[in-house]
Design a protein around this ligand. Structure first.
Ligand SMILES: Cc1cc2nc3c(=O)[nH]c(=O)nc-3n(C[C@H](O)[C@H](O)[C@H](O)COP(=O)(O)OP(=O)(O)OC[C@H]3O[C@@H](n4cnc5c(N)ncnc54)[C@H](O)[C@@H]3O)c2cc1C
Length: 381
């Protein structure tokens, strides 16, 4: 398919594409319309081994590198934006936080049931008062013998309303700045932990977003990931890598929009000709394809750097920034090519248009990506 993908990645893309066209695309409008968490779709992803991707077999995972996961996420994103967000959050945010921040006992305790898809992971960093300034956290963590007591709340937690295992970033010492940030795991059903579903999103409506409230919530100290104060580095590390998957999701959304534009332009006639015969639209589609491939190359580079264990923070921010903004332009052009039909439900491009918008906001806004990139430039990285 793509010259820079190897044979195994092309095979993976073909398998996921077939699954996505049979099991995701036909239900994408329903997921959106009813704000329905895609449980059956998630089960299907689990059967394909995708819920355990990038995690070692030792913990029930199906292995694979970020380049492989990128390939899968693009195909899923092209069929159903919500399902791609659910999977990214489950794997590259929730499960990876436990894998990268946890010790052996914690990995064995939580990862097998997440890899198999029996349980769903979520990642809780954002709070009512902190989004971009993600580490000025107010949620407190106080030690009491062998337990910690958590107080505070988290917002916009993807998978939150259906999640089982939550990686939660707290502050055990507000005077210590980022050195006070500590990551812990909180399981659904823990006394003092309440999940309030959040409704009213513009797009990505199947992602079961929730507010999490901790009211004297007690967890054992053995649920702490790493040392007290190590949560800052862990959060940045996870976001640096997971952003690559948001870029991959943008490739999928853009591909879905471009494919829809191509097929619609070949059917719709005006002034006695199909609109695909008009050079203005041909050139628009050419630009869309170029933007998409440029985004794909940046995403692939970031994933390759990550897989090779090389510095990738600036490159993942570049990929996320470019792919999200390029997908915005591509989806917008696709809607234009659809004319009035594109503005109405249930056109695919109307849904993608709404789903795409958040890619410029979550896992760091475009402004924050520019901040990461410019800091790296000025620090010669
Ligand atoms: C659908 C959805 C799902 C999400 N899922 C999760 C999740 O699973 N887990 C989680 O923890 N969070 C999640 N988030 C939160 C998301 O990561 C934050 O919304 C995002 O980081 C932006 O934070 P904010 O909304 O507080 O915006 P703010 O930080 O208040 O920013 C407001 C505006 O100011 C700009 N800005 C802020 N600081 C600067 C600066 N220094 N320089 C220039 N411009 C600046 C921003 O770019 C933005 O345009 C989700 C959000 C959404 C919408």
């Amino acid at each position: 398919m793509k010259p820079f993908y190897n044979e195994q990645q092309n095979m993976l893309a073909a398998t996921v594409r077939e699954f996505a066209s049979e099991k995701l695309a036909p239900f994408a409008d329903q997921v959106d319309e009813k704000e329905e968490f895609p449980f059956d779709q998630f089960k299907g992803l689990a059967e394909l081994g995708l819920t355990g991707m990038t995690l070692p077999e030792k913990y029930g995972g199906s292995g694979g590198e970020y380049r492989d996961f990128m390939v899968a996420i693009e195909e899923i994103g092209a069929a159903c934006g919500s399902t791609s967000t659910v999977l990214i959050t489950h794997v590259s945010l929730g499960s990876q936080t436990i894998y990268q921040g946890g010790n052996e006992e914690q990995r064995e305790r939580w990862l097998p049931s997440l890899s198999s898809g029996d349980k769903i992971a979520a990642f809780a960093l954002t709070e009512p008062g902190t989004g971009s300034d993600a580490l000025a956290l107010e949620t407190s963590l106080t030690r009491d013998g062998d337990e910690y007591v958590i107080n505070g709340s988290k917002l916009f937690c993807t998978n939150g309303a259906v999640g089982d295992v939550f990686s939660v970033f707290t502050n055990h010492n507000k005077d210590a700045g980022h050195k006070g940030v500590t990551a812990v795991v909180v399981e659904k059903g823990t006394p003092g932990f309440t999940i309030n579903p959040q409704h009213g999103k513009m797009g990505m409506k199947g992602c079961a977003t929730a507010e999490l409230v901790f009211d004297n919530c007690r967890i054992p100290t053995k649920n702490r990931l790493g040392d007290e104060g190590s949560g800052y580095k862990l959060a940045l590390k996870i976001l640096d890598s997971s952003r690559i998957m948001i870029a991959a999701q943008c490739l999928g959304l853009a591909k879905g929009a471009l494919d829809a534009a191509i097929s619609y332009s070949k059917e719709r006639k005006t002034f006695g000709k199909v609109i695909s015969a008009r050079q203005a639209l041909q050139f628009a589609m050419a630009d869309m394809a170029v933007e998409l491939d440029a985004a794909r190359l940046l995403t692939y580079r970031a994933a390759a750097l990550y897989d090779e264990g090389l510095a990738h923070g600036k490159e993942s921010a570049m990929a996320k920034l470019y792919a999200s903004e390029a997908s915005g332009k591509i989806v917008n052009k696709s809607l234009q090519i659809h004319g009035g039909v594109g503005y109405f439900k249930p056109s695919t491009v109307e849904r993608i248009y709404r789903d795409q918008r958040v890619t410029e906001i979550y896992e760091g806004t475009s402004e924050i990506q520019r901040l990461v990139i410019s800091r790296a430039l000025l620090n010669n990285k």
